[in-house]
Design a protein. Structure first.
Ligand code: A2P
Length: 341
């Protein structure tokens, strides 16, 4: 395969850095790599598998000659610059939510709906939301076999899903609160100050991930609804979402109950998931976010037949939100694009 000129936009961020290491790990055929970030980072040097690369300012970038651009610098940057990179000839793989629901932009989970990637009239491919991505790795194979009809999904999302600022906020609050365990126990602890979340995330759980959108649901919750339907190409799937932020650094968990067009039991569900690429079913141990951190596979555990409304499946899925939930899938999409040539 001929090597490609690759750009990573948002290269200094949590996902951008993971993209760089996964491109190297998977030996993506890189001819030249260019790194872009804000003016703050422009001129700084990043050590990569392809040598020390100087970061360029996105706002003054000339995208000529770039074959594949992986964007993870936030929705506003994607909205402004992804079309410019695409117009200059690059295939853009965009990790933001900017284009996910655009009918002319495919939304692709590698190993779930690869076939959708070829139809990209805008030259842009969207990488799904991290929580939806992990859940679709489990839901996809079950849907193909039995037709997903409805789903109740509750996420347990780590702070790295909010970028480096989420991680910094958790660690800073732990430092403020840790010296006083008695106050923590009595509930009278000092306010550690919250910049990123609506409440302290250290030693706490916040049942509100994302920002308020419509009907009392957050944008993260609506992503679970609309992105699941688009990825599975099934606009009628009923989704009841709740997204929760938890004091975990990496690894998003989702507890989901699913019902299908026909009854599905745990024996068949386990067979289907065992055969699915990128999915590992755990039966002896319970997979936690820590187990998923740093690995590529999404882990599924706690498979149970539903008891209240029979015929469905309860499961727990957990995945590294920076890897399969973002950077790994983006690189897998780049591999699919590369394989077309
Ligand atoms: P920078 O490090 O220069 O701010 P994270 O989500 O982990 O916080 O990372 C966000 C990424 O997006 C970083 O690489 C960041 O670069 C980049 N970014 C943020 N704002 C801009 C901007 N206005 N122009 C270009 N890149 C930006």
């Amino acid at each position: 395969m001929n090597p490609f000129n690759v750009a990573v936009v948002g290269a200094t961020g949590a996902v951008g850095r993971t993209i760089l290491s996964i491109l190297a790990e998977r030996q993506f055929p890189v001819k030249e790599i260019r790194l872009f970030a804000s003016a703050r980072s422009a001129g700084s040097v990043v050590e990569t598998a392809w040598g020390a690369i100087t970061v360029e300012d996105l706002t003054t970038a000339d995208p000529a000659g770039i074959d594949i651009a992986l964007f993870s610098a936030g929705g506003d940057r994607s909205r402004e610059f992804a079309p410019k990179f695409a117009a200059a000839g690059a295939v853009v793989i965009d990790n933001s939510s900017a284009f996910r629901m655009d009918p002319d932009v495919p939304l692709v989970v590698a190993d779930v709906n690869d076939e959708a990637i070829v139809d990209r009239p805008r030259g842009i491919v969207a990488n799904p939301n991290c929580t939806t991505m992990d859940l679709m790795m489990a839901a996809g194979p079950l849907h193909r076999a039995a037709g997903l009809r409805s789903m109740v999904a509750t996420s347990y999302q780590s702070v790295s899903g909010s970028g480096m600022t989420g991680v910094v906020e958790l660690l800073r609050q732990i430092d403020v609160l840790r010296p006083n365990p008695d106050a923590l126990r009595e509930g009278g602890f000092e306010d550690p100050g919250s910049d990123v979340y609506v409440a302290p995330i250290a030693f706490n759980v916040i049942p509100f991930a994302g920002s308020e959108k419509e009907l009392g649901y957050t944008d993260e919750e609506w992503k679970l609804v609309y992105e699941s339907r688009k990825i599975l190409d099934a606009p009628g799937i009923e989704v009841e979402p709740t997204c929760v932020r938890v004091p975990v650094v990496t690894g998003h968990g989702i507890a989901a109950t699913m019902w299908f067009e026909r009854d599905l039991d745990v024996v068949e569900a386990k067979e289907l998931l065992d055969a699915a690429p990128g999915v590992e079913v755990w039966t002896d141990d319970v997979p936690t976010p820590l187990d998923s951190a740093g690995i590529d596979d999404v882990l599924v555990g706690r498979l149970r037949n539903t008891v209240g409304v029979p015929g469905g499946i309860n499961l727990w899925v957990v995945g590294d939100n920076l890897r399969k939930g973002a950077a790994l899938n983006a690189v897998q999409l780049a591999e699919l694009v590369a394989a077309e040539r």
